[in-house]
Write a protein of this length. Structure first.
Length: 44
């Protein structure tokens, strides 16, 4: 449930950010992928 709330906030932010470009947030996506992968394989 918490992840859905975070996802909803992210979608709302992107929808209202007039300067949103994928290039501007590429570092954040890379960081998120790295941390998510680390958490998944660390808890395994």
């Amino acid at each position: 449930m918490s992840l859905l709330i975070i996802l909803g906030g992210t979608v709302e932010y992107v929808a209202t950010d007039s300067a949103f470009t994928l290039i501007a947030y590429s570092w954040a996506f890379a960081y998120l992928a790295t941390i998510t992968t680390e958490i998944i394989y660390t808890l395994d």
